[in-house]
Ligand binder design. Structure first.
Ligand code: ATP
Ligand code: MG
Length: 563
């Protein structure tokens, strides 16, 4: 088994499983990924998905997808579909698809079993009173006056709860454990509550719903999960997890292991907070490229491989860290550097007139799609007397640090000639509208006659330009750890999405249109000197192509170097 572990990651959970196998505690491995269908999956879920599915592959075991659907007020079938789509997109196949709601009848019977054993009671205290009676870390709890109801009375009341004879919040079912327990969780936790709401799976069959802690361990046991992996905040709940399974008559007793949650710099991962951002129209939806949901990252141009590499790189431990965003970007940049098609795009065009060329001057250059991978092929670009360059590649005044085009200075056009700016034209507001340049036709693939080697800028011929919109994304939050701020909404970066209208090369534009029409695999681009981009499949219309910037060529917000 040891050699196998190395293939994935030698994390502490893999070591536990390994030991279990060596001691013959288990003959098989079975785990699950248990999302609550109350939002879309995010990169934190991806960490858990990778862990569960990779381990089950490694140990030739199984992994269930279980919808932890015990709160009909927050859940939605739209999320159920999106969660499945995201797991498939990441490249994982679950062995079974389960719903906690499938077990509602069994869960009800187990609750009755606890009542019959004198281990659960119906409480008439209000929510506030329950909280007050519970005490705190420093103050012991006190018993509810309803704690010593007889078993018969509790059974009758629980049945009445099920029949809808109480109103919401009027009563609840609590486990009878120990109000003086050092662990607040063990102070008679609520295990069933009343909610009058239609459930997406069970419709109006139930008006009582089990609480997470009660449903989770039993669902794990029903599915014969061997290792129940969850995040660190559930460490204390393990006491309850084990207490419930010990006190009901159930065959399997899964073991819970906790690992640290992923926290990612500049990001919010809580689904509750993400849905606030959507409701307030700060972002466009669960697939907004500025949030680290799987669908947002996909739309931004991330690939399943890059996300999986990232999850592998961060590892699985019990230490809580804030992971650098640049680490995620490093993973996609590294992949796109190998696979992206190199082409030119002009995001903020300004016209350049090459006055010494005829107006019907036309040359075609064949340029490689990748500098070191000929297998990616090549494409043609057209060179004519009017071209576009990016506005920020020109400055009227020369200064030493500025290595691009300035009046009286020269630059090389990528794959083409050296040009020299001689004159400019401006509009009434003083904006430059035209740059008039001399094009040195002796410089194709050669140095200038003065033997200089000017810097290179990208360009697109006016005749070869295809209009496109470019969306440049920056961090949605201005602070490193917005998750820990109560008023996280005050830290929104108003410049997190900048839209530019410019041009790409015509052939590339036409090709993309065809791939969209044929619903082919999407292509990733490196717009030279600008960044990695991919088409926004959701909003790109036939005439208007929209590109999302996946990642810049170099780190923008974190100067620390990645290896
Ligand atoms: P959220 O706060 O985003 O709603 P959650 O834990 O309530 O998170 P669930 O749908 O209940 O979301 O999570 C499903 C599984 O994914 C759980 O096993 C949970 O531990 C895991 N998970 C959720 N968020 C993270 C995270 N940030 N890092 C690692 N695992 C996570
Ligand atoms: Mg949850």
């Amino acid at each position: 088994m040891n050699t196998k572990i190395k293939k994935y990651q030698n994390n502490f959970i893999a070591q536990i499983i390994n030991k279990d196998f060596n001691q013959n505690k288990h003959l098989s491995f079975h785990t699950r990924f248990p999302p609550e269908p109350n939002g879309y999956l995010h990169i934190g879920h991806a960490k858990s998905i990778c862990l569960n599915f990779e381990l089950s592959k490694l140990y030739q075991g199984k992994c269930n997808l279980r919808f932890d659907d015990t709160n009909p007020l927050k859940e939605n079938v739209q999320y159920i579909q999106a969660i499945q789509d995201d797991i498939h997109w990441l490249g994982y196949k679950y062995d079974n698809i389960c719903y906690t709601s499938e077990y509602f009848s069994q869960l009800y019977q187990y609750a009755k079993e606890l009542i019959k054993k004198g281990l659960a009671y119906v409480d008439h205290l209000t929510k506030e009173e329950i909280r007050e009676y519970r005490g705190s870390l420093t103050k012991p709890g006190k018993n509810s006056p309803y704690r010593n109801r007889t078993i018969e009375e509790n059974i009758t009341l629980f049945k009445k709860m099920k029949k809808g004879e109480f109103s919401e919040g009027e009563v609840c079912l609590r486990a009878k454990i120990d109000m003086k327990s050092a662990s607040v969780i063990m102070r008679d936790p609520v295990i069933y509550r009343i909610i009058f709401a239609e459930h997406h799976q069970t419709k109006n069959k139930w008006c009582i719903y089990p609480m997470y802690d009660f449903a989770h361990c039993i669902s794990d046991a029903i599915e014969e999960i061997t290792h129940s992996l969850c995040t660190l905040e559930f460490q204390e709940n393990k006491l309850l997890y084990n207490w419930i399974l010990k006190n009901i008559n159930i065959k399997t007793h899964p073991k819970q292991y906790e690992f640290s949650r992923l926290n990612l710099e500049f990001c919010i991962l809580s689904k509750r907070k993400l849905s606030i951002l959507i409701k307030k129209n700060i972002i466009t939806g669960w697939d907004d490229p500025r949030i680290p949901t799987i669908s947002g990252l996909r739309r931004k141009g991330y690939t399943p491989d890059a996300i999986k590499k990232f999850c592998k790189k961060i590892g699985v431990t019990k230490q809580n860290h804030l992971i650098e965003f640049s680490m995620l970007e490093h993973c996609i940049r590294k992949e796109l550097n190998k696979t992206a098609v190199r082409t030119m795009a002009v995001l903020e065009p300004i016209k350049v007139f090459l006055y010494n060329l005829d107006h019907d001057h036309k040359e075609i250059f064949v340029v490689p799609n990748h500098p070191n991978n000929p297998d990616l092929g090549s494409h043609e670009i057209v060179f004519t007397n009017i071209i576009y360059i990016d506005r920020n590649d020109f400055k009227e005044q020369h200064n030493k640090k500025y290595k691009r085009l300035t009046l009286g200075k020269e630059v090389r056009l990528r794959h083409a000639y050296v040009i020299n700016a001689e004159k400019i034209e401006k509009d009434r507001e003083g904006n430059i509208t035209k740059i008039i340049c001399y094009c040195d036709l002796n410089t194709l693939g050669k140095k200038t006659k003065n033997n200089t080697n000017p810097s290179v800028i990208h360009w697109i011929s006016e005749k070869n330009a295809f209009p496109a919109e470019f969306r440049l994304y920056d961090q949605l939050f201005k602070i490193q750890n917005p998750e820990k701020e109560v008023n996280f909404l005050s830290y929104i970066n108003s410049k997190s999405k900048i839209i530019k209208n410019g041009f790409i090369e015509k052939k590339i534009g036409q090709n993309i249109q065809e791939t969209i029409e044929r619903k082919e695999k999407r292509i990733f681009f490196q717009f030279e000197r600008i960044g990695y981009f991919c088409i926004d499949e959701i909003e790109s219309k036939k005439r208007q192509l929209i590109f999302n910037r996946t990642v810049s060529l170099r780190e923008l917000w974190n100067p620390k170097n990645m290896n």
